[in-house]
Design a protein around this ligand. Structure first.
Ligand SMILES: [Cu+2]
Length: 306
């Protein structure tokens, strides 16, 4: 995990050192003595769902904590599993950032939905927990399966003060967009083992540029999975964007989807629009589904900033 900091963030005095914990969460499949990555047709169709959770490469992880506020830097590094993270006993997450950096203010959420590739920067306050109790990080999307355990062991004074303002972010106005592009996400039922998942009915070809974009312009891109039957976390390289709206399915944007993002989930029956400021970094970039088996299957296109 690469943690990026700047002067503005350093002045916020967020929990640091042993109180700032990177958590890379994955869903792994037990393979016995073999470490081979073998996928079958069903895995390619759905994405590889494992049978146990791993945190930072380990199973059954626990972390001893004190009765203070911790900063958790969470990445969903699973091939395909979408997590609905929650704490048990029920504690709120103070969401302070996502894929695109800090939010403007902290937002309290009880559930964090994270698709593969998405990140969350959260504060968890253990000050009300009794010594020798534990708080579990669980996946509500998988019958409350345990991901890891925080064991409250030390009484400590919490000197952390939540800053009122974390950053300043301007909302990108839809009127500034010079173009709207539409991308249809689809998965074919009866296609054999390859090229099942597509964007605008195409699969990846490194020699082909699918979209050409002018540098320093703003565009709206719409990802339509309304006829799809599988969820797709979409990810664009080279840019950070804002989400405009989600129609169908959940029919709303989540708190975790405020401000800048680079990965977002388009569940089946959903259509999601994002607004992208393309900067001056000319060149070729890919955009793809972040479900590993889908992207390996070719669910990726290429755009060029000229
Ligand atoms: Cu996908």
């Amino acid at each position: 995990m690469v943690l990026i900091r700047d002067e503005i963030e350093n002045q916020l005095n967020l929990p640091a050192k042993e109180r700032e914990i990177p958590l890379i969460i994955q869903h792994k499949r037990s393979l016995g003595a073999s470490l081979d990555y073998v996928v079958n047709h069903h895995d390619i169709q759905q994405g590889m769902i494992g049978d146990y959770n791993c945190v930072n490469g380990m199973h059954k992880v626990f972390l001893p904590v004190g009765t203070v506020t911790y900063r958790l830097r969470i990445l969903n590094g699973a091939n395909a599993r979408v997590y609905d993270l929650a704490l048990s006993p029920s504690l709120s997450f103070g969401l302070i950032g996502n894929d695109g950096g800090l939010l403007e203010t902290s937002q309290l959420v009880d559930t964090l939905t994270l698709a593969p590739g998405e990140r969350a920067d959260v504060l968890v306050n253990f000050s009300q927990q009794k010594i020798n109790t534990s708080v579990e990080l669980i996946d509500k999307n998988n019958k409350g399966q345990r991901i890891m355990q925080f064991q409250v062991r030390k009484e400590l004074d919490d000197d952390f003060v939540l800053p009122e303002s974390l950053s300043t972010i301007e909302k990108i106005k839809p009127e500034t967009a010079i173009k709207t592009r539409k991308f249809k996400l689809s998965s074919k039922h009866m296609m054999g083992m390859r090229n099942i998942h597509r964007i605008n009915d195409k699969t990846y070809d490194a020699k082909r540029v699918d979209e050409t974009v002018k540098s320093n312009t703003v565009e709206i891109w719409e990802f339509d999975n309304s006829n799809g039957f599988i969820d797709h976390p979409m990810h664009l390289h080279g840019v950070q964007f804002q989400m405009l709206e989600r129609k169908g399915g959940r029919n709303r944007l989540l708190t975790t989807e405020l401000r800048y993002k680079d990965t977002f989930l388009v569940k089946k029956r959903e259509k999601v629009s994002i607004i992208i400021p393309f900067g001056g970094n000319k060149g070729k970039y890919v955009f793809h589904c972040h479900n590993l088996e889908h992207e390996n299957d070719g669910m990726m296109l290429q755009y060029e900033i000229t």
